[in-house]
Structure formats: C-alpha cells, structure tokens
Design a protein around this ligand. Structure first.
Ligand SMILES: NC(=O)c1ccc[n+]([C@@H]2O[C@H](COP(=O)([O-])OP(=O)(O)OC[C@H]3O[C@@H](n4cnc5c(N)ncnc54)[C@H](OP(=O)(O)O)[C@@H]3O)[C@@H](O)[C@H]2O)c1
Length: 508
C-alpha cells in the first residue's frame, strides 16, 4: 500500500470538505461524555483538517470555571490522545470558552450571558451566525434547555443556521419520547434536530451498508432462501460501576435494546435505500414496522448477574453494587428472538443478546448462512461446521470476517473452516478506527441527518420495548440473579436459541 493512499485514508477518507465556520455550544461541558468523547472527537477533527478555520467551542455548566481553567482541564484530558502535537492543541484551545450557568435559570440570566458570549466570539473570530447546540446533559434537562433557548432567541438566525444535538436516551418510554419531541418542535424545526445513537457513527456499522450495497455478491443471497439466522451480540464484561442510581431506573432494555441493538438489527435487515442519504431512515423505520409481535413468554429472556469471576477477578452480584436495591429486579441481560413479517425475511429468526458482566467484551453481528443442500464429501454430514458465517465485528478488533470451508493440505480430503479476515490496520493502515462521535459531530455541523434516528423510529422502538418492560415490571422473575458473572448469561438464553435449532456463534 503506498504512503499517499494511507495518508488519504488517515486524513478523513472521503469526508474531506470541512463544514461551514461555526460555534459548537456544549451544555454539560464538565461531564463525562464531553471529557471522553466530545472534546477528543472535535480535536481529532481538527487534526484531520476537518474543522472549519473559523471555529470555537463554548462550554456551559454550573461549575465556577474560567475560560483558562476550562482550557487547562481539557488539555489534561487530551494528554493521552493528542494526535497532532502541542502547537496544534494551543491553537485549538485558545478558541475554547466557558459560560457558567444553571440549565433551569431564567432565559434572561445565564442564557442571555450565553447569547452575549456567542456574539462576542463570533465578532472576535469572524464566525458567521452558525451555532450547533449539543445537549450533553442529564435527559431530564433537555426540555428546559430547549424551552429557554427558544425564549432567549437562540434557536433561530436571520443570517446563518441553528442546530441541536440531543443525546440518548430520547425519552424513557414511547409516551415520554413523544412529549420530548413535542417540546423540541415548539422551538426547533425538524431539519435542525439531530437525535444521537452513536452506534450509527461507528465505522463497521456504516460498513455493513457498504458491504451489502457496494458488493454485488452478497445482496442476492441476503434473504430467507440463503440465511438461516442472524445474531447480534453486544456483551460487556464490566458491571455497572458507580452508576447504580442510573442503572436502577434504566436497566438493559432501555439502555441498550431500545436503541443500539435495534439499530444494528435494522442495519442487517433493511431493504436497499435509493441513495446513501436521509432515505436510509425510511428504510430502518420500515424494518421496525415489519417486526412481528413479540411473545414475551417465548421470545424474551431477561436476567441479572450474580457474583462470579470476570477476567480472573472475583466480582460482586448486581444486587450488592452501590446504590442498587437488595431486592432489585432490574435486568442486566436481555436475549430476544425477533422475526420480520416481510418477503425477504419471513421465517428467519434474528437472535439478539446483550448484557453486563458477561464473559468478555464483544460486539458483533453474524449472518449464519444455510448449509449446502448436499455435501458430497465422504464422511461429512451437514452440520454446523460446514456453514458459511459472515461476521461484522464492532469490537474488539473491528473488521469483517467470512468463514468458509477449505481443504486441509494433505493426501486425505479433510475439510476445515477457515477465515477471510478484513481488518482496518492491514487494509487501511490505521490501528484504530475514528470514534463514532467524530463523524456524528461532523455530520451535524454539515446538516446531514442520515445517521441520526428520526422521531418515528424512536417511538416505534419504544413501543416494541415498552411491551416487554411492562410485562417484566408487572411480573418480574423471582429467581434472580439468574446468571453468574463471567458467563454468557442465563441458561434460558441458550434454550431460546436452541429451540429454533440454532446455537450462539460465540460461546467461549
Ligand atoms: N457518558 C457517556 O458515555 C454517555 C454515552 C451515551 C450517552 N450519554 C448521554 O449524554 C448525556 C450526558 O452524560 P454524562 O455522562 O456526560 O453526564 P454527567 O457526567 O452527569 O454530566 C452532566 C453535565 O451536566 C451538567 N449539569 C447537570 N445539571 C446541571 C444544571 N442544572 N445546570 C447546569 N449544568 C448542569 C453537569 O455540570 P456540573 O459540573 O455543574 O455538575 C455536567 O457538566 C446524558 O444524557 C447521557 O445519557 C452519555
């Protein structure tokens, strides 16, 4: 691979035209998401020459910080990930500003300070009136902030644009999601609203689309005639850490299934969109519309972790984690069988599983093809070994793996599964793929909503999950915990898949 090619890839692939000059206002700038994702991602865009030259960030939170203190704090977190050196950081950091305020303040106080600061920065750095607001705040603050942005005349511009990014979770059920969207629409128009599901910004998730629709070989067999089942696993080895309060009111269904898992499911199942643009969102919505009604008793397994051993360390059960009730029934594991009522997928099961404190950290989507109709090799029966499996791996070692049968070298005719393995480092010369937030922030600054879920998708996803939550909350399983930390979840999850004549692709 020549160096010029690698450099093109590293400098941001095809997304090489920076957005228009603008200011990004981050509400909740002292929080975890800003530290771990937003500032590092914006700086990485700067290092890839993908930020406009006239650009600034204004942070908003309660702490009594000055501009300089904000810059120093951000420098400290960037020490580990400074991709392009001290000089570039200093240039970036001098355009960081801070406004102190409370989200619930009256529109005439902190929000007027914010408006004044935006104007000052615009005039100092010659930035036109383009502002992207990022709500990186507790979800209960979204409506209050939006309402005050409206009252402080910050949501519209005569000469430029205003946009707003809303973090996940978008509501905690269908009703609250609808209410939140109504609140947002009182102030912003639909084309100004960017609802985040950061999985959609992941390179391999976008690569699922490229793989299917830029390569003619697989799309003709991407259907019930050739595919036996599709599996989606999002496994974490970590527990809930210090987030007991949050997790008790959320659980795995709201935290993972309603959003990330269903987005991956839609990416695997959608019909070919006409273009790679906003029409993608109609196709993902159509997938959810075609999901058959879930029989919660038969098609869902929920669980909660007990104590166990993860990565050679003894860990405690969920119920004794900090800020968790001793008799909590909050699920930390979910496995689902979903089926789709359409021409392409009739009869093909989709098995989804996700959980905390599982054996290892792993996120992948596997397409399990049907066996050959007739196996002509003596001594071999049609079994699980000789099926083709296509794996989209999101972590660890992001890439795409195709497993097929090959002859072992030697006089005897012996078959063995082998892998064709695409990895980003060998193919593109990058050891790590860019973070999802880089592309999402970049797209929002460009006004491209393709990778941001539409409100009706979110409502539909909630309506699917609400039914399961309702049933569980009314009649939770009493025998909890029902899986050992460090395992692959409850035995019932194995029974769920084996009852369909299948087994989980990942078992060790
Ligand atoms: N962290 C993640 O990895 C992650 C991933 C996906 C989605 N999200 C979503 O992103 C959002 C932010 O998460 P986070 O983890 O960054 O939360 P966090 O660490 O709790 O940060 C919350 C931020 O909001 C500020 N804040 C809270 N109440 C305020 C008020 N009344 N007035 C002014 N500032 C206030 C806090 O400022 P103070 O310093 O003044 O407290 C802090 O800056 C949440 O909706 C979360 O669900 C987070």
């Amino acid at each position: 691979m020549n160096n010029e090619y690698i450099e093109t890839i590293k400098s941001g692939m095809s997304k090489s035209v920076p957005p228009e000059p603008c200011i990004v206002v981050i509400f909740g700038v002292t929080g975890d998401l800003t530290h771990r994702e937003l500032i590092p991602s914006l700086y990485a865009l700067r290092c890839r020459n993908l930020l406009p030259k006239q650009f600034a960030i204004i942070g908003f939170a309660r702490r009594d910080w000055s501009d300089d203190f904000f810059r120093t704090e951000m420098k400290n977190i960037m020490k580990k990930v400074n991709e392009c050196g001290e000089k570039e950081w200093e240039l970036f950091a001098k355009n960081l500003f801070y406004v102190r305020g409370d989200f619930n303040d009256d529109a005439s106080t902190s929000y007027s300070d914010l408006r004044r600061r935006i104007k000052e920065v615009q005039s100092k750095l010659n930035i036109p009136d383009n502002v992207l607001f990022h709500l990186s705040t507790p979800p209960e603050n979204y409506s209050a902030i939006i309402e005050r942005l409206g009252r402080a005349s910050l949501s519209k511009s005569e000469s430029g644009w205003r946009r707003v990014i809303i973090e996940k979770p978008f509501g905690h059920d269908e009703k609250s999601a609808r209410k939140l969207d109504d609140d947002i629409h009182k102030v912003f128009e639909e084309e100004q609203i960017f609802r985040v599901d950061h999985y959609l910004g992941k390179e391999t998730v976008q690569n699922m689309l490229v793989f299917r629709f830029a390569n003619p070989g697989f799309e003709p067999i991407w259907n019930r005639n050739y595919i036996e089942n599709i599996q989606i696993t999002v496994a974490e080895d970590l527990g809930i850490g210090t987030r007991g309060n949050f997790y008790e009111s959320t659980g795995i269904l709201r935290d993972m299934v309603q959003n990330h898992m269903l987005q991956l499911f839609c990416m695997a199942a959608l019909e070919p969109p006409v273009n790679y643009d906003i029409s993608l969102r109609s196709e993902t919505k159509k997938v959810l519309d075609s999901v058959c009604r879930i029989d919660v008793e038969k098609d869902v397994v929920l669980g909660q972790y007990g104590s166990g051993i993860v990565k050679d360390e003894r860990v405690v059960s969920y119920r004794v984690e900090k800020n968790v009730a001793a008799n909590s029934t909050t699920p930390t594991f979910a496995a689902f069988k979903l089926t789709i009522d359409n021409w392409r997928w009739a009869g093909v099961p989709f098995y989804l599983r996700t959980g905390k404190r599982l054996k290892r950290k792993l996120t992948e989507v596997t397409i399990q093809f049907k066996p050959t109709p007739h196996l002509m090799f003596p001594g071999y029966k049609k079994d699980r070994l000789n099926r083709n499996v296509l794996t989209f791996r999101l972590q660890p070692n992001e890439g795409i793996i195709y497993t097929f049968m090959a002859k072992q070298p030697g006089a005897e005719l012996k078959l063995q599964p082998v892998n064709l393995n695409f990895q980003y480092d060998t193919a593109f010369g990058i050891s790590e793929t860019p973070s999802a937030y880089q592309w999402l922030l970049f797209d929002a600054m460009k006004g491209d909503q393709t990778l941001f879920p539409r409100a009706d998708w979110i409502y539909k996803a909630w309506s699917i999950i609400d039914a399961v939550i309702k049933k569980w909350e009314a009649e939770p399983w009493t025998e909890l915990p029902n899986y050992t930390a460090g395992s692959w979840g409850p035995n019932e999850a194995d029974k769920l898949i084996s009852s369909g004549g299948c087994s989980w692709n990942v078992k060790d």
